[in-house]
Each structure stands twice: as C-alpha cells, then as structure tokens.
Design a protein around this ligand. Sequence first.
Ligand code: F6R
Length: 613
Amino acid sequence: MCGIVGYIGPKRACDVLIEGLKRLEYRGYDSAGVCVYHAGRLHIAKSPGRISELEKKIAEDPAIQCGTVGIGHTRWATHGEPNEANAHPHCDLSGRIALVHNGIIENYAPLKRFLSDHGHVFRSETDTEVLAQLIGRFCQDGAETLEDAVRAALSEVGGTYGIAVMSASEPDKLVVARKGSPLIVGVGSGEYIVASDASAILEHTTNVVYLNDNEMAVVTRDSLRTMTLDNVPVSKEVEQIEWSLEQIAKGGHEHFMLKEIFEQPEVVKMCMRGRVDLRDMRIQLGGLESVTGALLRTKRLILTACGTAWHAALVGDYLFEDLARIPTEVQYASEFRYRNPIVEDDTTVIAISQSGETADTLAALREAKEKGALALGIVNVVGSTIARETDAGVYLHAGPEIGVASTKAFTCQLVVETMVALLLGRKRLLSQPVMEQYLRELAAIPDKMQRVLDKAEEIRKIAEDYVDRDNWLFLGRGYNYPIALEGALKLKEISYIHAEGLPAAEMKHGPIALIHEGMPAVFVTPQGPTYDKILGNIEEVRARRGKIIAVASEGDEGIRSCCDRVITVPDCPVALQPMLTVIPLQLLAYYAAVARGCNVDKPRNLAKSVTVE
Ligand code: F6R
C-alpha cells in the first residue's frame, strides 16, 4: 500500500525521505517520488519501479539534494497505471504546491470536471492530482495560508486520505491531515518527520504524535500545531514508539519472512508475558478488564477479519466454542457490512488484524459498533486505527511484521484467542485443574515451536523436491482445517503455485476430481479425534497416485507407511495444535518460493496493509 514520508529540519531532506521510503518498501508499491523545496521553487523527482530508480534521478538533480524540507511517497496504483505521471507528489496548476496522498478521493470525477471547466489541465489520471489542484484553486481564490486552503479543499472531498502538503510560498511548513488513512508526526530534536508508518520515523526519533481521523497538523521548523479539520485546536500527547530499529532489520536472515518465522518462539513468549500467569495459575489481560463483565454476558461472538487473520478467526471459532462454550461465528470483514448483519444485544464483535489498518476490517468494526455491539480488537500495531476504535482489546506484541506474508502475527493471534477463550472459559465452565493444564501447555509452546523450526532443513528438501508441481491440496480437520487453508494461502501468495485448502472430508464432494499422479496433497494430521478419519482421506489420494506429505505427531510411526514424506510436530492439546502445525506449512511455502526465485518479502500484486476496500 502507499506510504508517506515528510521532513522538515536541518538535514538534507532527500536523504531522510529516501531512507524513510525504503523503510516503507515492505508495504508494497509500484512507483515512488519526492518533492523538495530549494531556492524559491519545488523540485520533484518521480519514477515507476523500485526506489533505486528514484535515487538515480535524485543523483542527477543538484537542487533536490540541497533542500531541507520535503515530502515523499511510495504509490500502490489504484487510479491509473504505475507510471511516472501518476506517481506522487502531485502539484497544483502553478507548480508551487505539492501533495502526497494515501487513500482514495471518491468524488474526484465531479471535482475534476468542475476544475477542468475552470481551466485546470491535468497531467495524471489520479484522484490525488484533483485534490492538489483543488488546494491550489483555494490558494488562488484568496485562502490566507496553506492550511486554510487545505482545509477548504478537504471540506469538498469524500473518501479517505492521509496527506502531506507543502508550498513554495510557505516553504518552512508542512501541512498534514488524515481521514481513514494513518499519519504520525515524529518529534525529533530540531526536526519533524511525518509518516504513514512508524518504521519510517524510528531512525530519527521514538517520540511521536498520532493524528486521529478528521485531524490535521501544521508542522514548521520549530513548532507542531494540531487541530480538527474544522480548525478547533487539539492538544496531543507525545507518545513513545516501542519498536526498535533492530527489530525492523532482517537480523541476519535472507528474508524478513524467514526471520519472522524463526522469531515465533520469542514473540509468542512476549505475547504471553505477564498474561499467562503460572504463579497464580490464571490469565490476566489488562486490555479486557474494563469489559470482562460485558464479555461474560455475551451470547454470541462474531469474529471478523481478512486473509490470514481470517484463518486465525476460524481457529478462534473452535477455541471460543470449545473452551468457553460461547456460540461463535466467523465473518469475512469484506462481506460483513454489506449483508445487513444481525447484531443483537449481548453480541460481541472481535476484529482481528495484524496491521490494524485493513480497510474492510475497519469498516466491519464500525458497522458492528453502529449496531450496538461490544467491539474488541486483536491487533498487532499499537496505536493503529482499529486498535483505537475498539472498545477494548488485546495487542499481539509480535513486533513489526515486515514480510508481506503474515506468519508470526498469525501465531500470536492464535495465542491471544486462546488466552481470551481460557479467561472466559474459566469464569464460565472450565475447572481449575483443566485451566492449569492448559496454562502449562501454553507456556510450553515456544520450546515446541523451536523443535519444529529445527526441522527447517528437512522441510526445505521436501519443498525443493515438489516445487515443480503446479497444483497442491492442503487438507485438515477440526482445529487443523483452518491451518490447511492457511498453508494453501501461504504457498500461493509467495510462490505463485496454485493451491487449495479444504476440510479433508470435503475432498470427496468434488475436489477429488483434481487428484492425479504426482499431485502433492499436504495432510495436517496430528493425533486427535479425527485422526482415524483422515487416514481414510489419505488412502483416497494414494489410490489416485497423489503424493502425500503429512504433518503428524512425533512418535506416529504408523503414518509413515502411507505417506511419501512426514514432518513431525510435538504433542500438545488439540486446541493448541494449530500454533505448531502451521510452522511446517510456513516453511514449506517459504522454501518453495525461494526455489522458484520469487521475491518472498514482496510478492507480486500484494500489499502488506490493504487500506483500500
Ligand atoms: C497473508 C496476509 C493477508 C493479511 C490480510 C489482513 O499472508 O498477510 O492475507 O492477513 O490482508 O491483514 P491484517 O491482518 O493487517 O488486517
């Protein structure tokens, strides 16, 4: 998704902007650009493709290299193809105002017609240029300051935006505003860095001011003023970002995704720290204390999310019904608000999201709140929009997830769901001995994860042996059915191999027609209530000469006779198995993608944070 960086201070703006844009690369983009003020004019460099292309252009432009105030952008195309003309920053007609924008201006077409009728000429196909020209028009029509013009223009537009604007007429100033797209102002010593994402700021400062929706900020060399879009002053606290630079570097691994897969034992420990209390043998979730009473009265839980987080929600469905006996359903966030959902009294909606910025999940959350549900969040990014709009919630504490394919956030989502289910379960029906057994097992998960990770080499060989197959099936039952879906998603999104995930027994109702000689079928089949049933499904594939790769329990020697390859995971209660069984599938996808020469951390067509509907 698009990324914004802005800088005002004593340093060369282009250095800060480029470095910040590189930190935002993980979000996905297809073009990039910067604008820097120098000697009375705005100087712009833009390029389709990677940031290295933009750097070449900057190297040829001495004026851009001089300025100390500027804005930059990585664009992920929505309106118009990813070319130089459509890349941000965009200017007004005079070329004296420049703007970068994340989000979508929904009424750009009538505004563009209006401006065209009044002599405006457009150089791009973007909705963003319409906003830039509108701001320019308000300046031309007598707005006293840049912020007045921005405010006036924003009152005309519908849709979502995070914007940063600068003007050659007021060169020591950046104006930023947000509605539906995140913006943060980093407060350094003698400098300010504006960004859509904390990772672009961390190099310079950990002091930040978060803008809320419908707020704007005017940043000068020595001041920061925040106000609503209606110009009512808002006083803001400077908050601390907890993530370190080291946390967002690759830490010696070839890819962020691999680093994040291997971090899982550590981050899962972090996620449980202070929450799984083995001394008093209870779960403590400070983020839910204010709503525990309401949660206990809940008659129906709705879990809503997208993609991998939706798979975590499917596991949550089993957890909440099994451990807490609360009727639970899972809804795709993208469908939720369009189906006129039934939200009765005592319904709780939990939005699950790594980024906390996914547009569909946010919209589902807002719909649920509108209908009166208690709205909770299970979110990774602290201070993200979903985290701030929920009534209460639990952070994942998984640290920044940079690889586009979600891995460690997923396992932490499972851990948080388990903790919430146990907390409620204990208050409703679980006996203390059962609770204690779960707590001990949960605490043992990080070491067991490490034992699975120790098999990485073995899994790499399996991936390499089957990487030439174009179609894969992933099958599981019960708690491991969502893991089959997740295994298929991981493989297709980073290796571009077609894969389908299914509850194993569904295979005979149609997909079995796909099985042919040599086709890999990955069965997620640790010991559990459906183990014997799934052996039957394995035989069905074997009879059609498919290749069986099984994720099975340690010590299950019997399964080897009916499988081509077996990856074992340590034993644990069935409810916790997904935290272990997903790891071989993450590694299988990773090594398959590497063997195919794919760009693992930035798969084609994908964005880390999907902030458009
Ligand atoms: C897949 C993946 C996506 C995200 C989905 C939701 O590996 O990462 O499917 O899970 O876009 O994103 P969040 O969790 O940020 O709401």
